[in-house]
Design a protein around this ligand. Sequence first.
Ligand code: CA
Length: 385
Amino acid sequence: MRFGRIFFARSFAFLFSATVFANAHASAGQMRMILEHKDTKAVGNEVAKSGGQVIRSMEAVKGIVVNIPTEALNGLRNRFPDLQITEDITMEIPVRTMSAKGRPGPSTQPPPQEVPWGVTAIDARIAHVKSRGAGVQVCIVDSGIDKTHPDLQGNIVGGRNFVASKNRIDSTAWNDDNGHGSHVAGTVAAIDNSIGVVGVAPAAKLYGVKVLNSRGSGYLSDVADGVRECVRAGSHVINMSLGASSDPTKDSPLKTAVLNAIGSGVVVVVAAGNEGQDVKNTVPAGFPETIAVAAVDANMNFPSWSNFGLDTDDFSAPGVSVKSTWMSGGYNTISGTSMAAPHVAGVVALKISSGSLGLVSHTLGRSISVEGSGLIDALDTVNNR
Ligand SMILES: [Ca+2]
């Protein structure tokens, strides 16, 4: 069994209460776990006998999500020696992302279109002559996407919700009730029209998988199945601007889902995290197979909160004071590696759409640990033939 730890200690209180509210049947002394086994029915029966409850079946792995009395775990291990037990830890939007600015209300009069500084800084605007991301689907695993946003709607092809409300999961309820997911989606593929902003790949398609609730937190089980859902829906690229403190070298349903996605040819781009710590203490950024993205400001400086421990297959991208779309038809300017990741996801879409040989970046003169392979460059990427 693994014990995950969420990013910020000060978030503990509300996260524990969120867990209780989301599972009305859970009582004191119970833990939310993912149990992987070839005979999930037999395991589920044993869980029920021990006073626990089966919450749902997993899709990314053969397994079930359960609430189970802590003291029943040993008996379960003895009964099923090959049982894989993973604590269903909470994953969340890196906290700094949400504290950058207050949430604006609905926008009745959309502002005239401007090109966000980050789109210009990575040479995406001039790359649009050669590629706009047409034919590529980017899956946003986040708080959902604002379904009717005038700067996004034409690029949205669908979505799915995994977040339970009153112990029920309405798969169609993937509209964004936080704002974060719509912000990420807009940086990837806000439409090139007369209003708002323009994305890195304004002709790419968006698929919105909602795994985070209105407060920006969700379960590892839902994120894992969300990744699986992106693959099922035919996405070429997955963006995950979320994370949790956990050992990335250990097996988990999330790791299985990410490795299966990559094995299917899907590119997985993730936020490095905003804790000012080594990504090797986090998932999914600490998985070597994902592309982790650090944040830079408009002067190409790295904020102290952008995580380090990157490799040469990781990158840097704009992540400070980034303007993009928001829920309820609005716009917002916020900061975080959450904002950096979708710049790279957008360039991956341009790369796939243009048939380029690979991603191109430029060093900012920092160590690989801090900048990965440096600032992603859209123009040089689409010209890489
Ligand atoms: Ca626009």
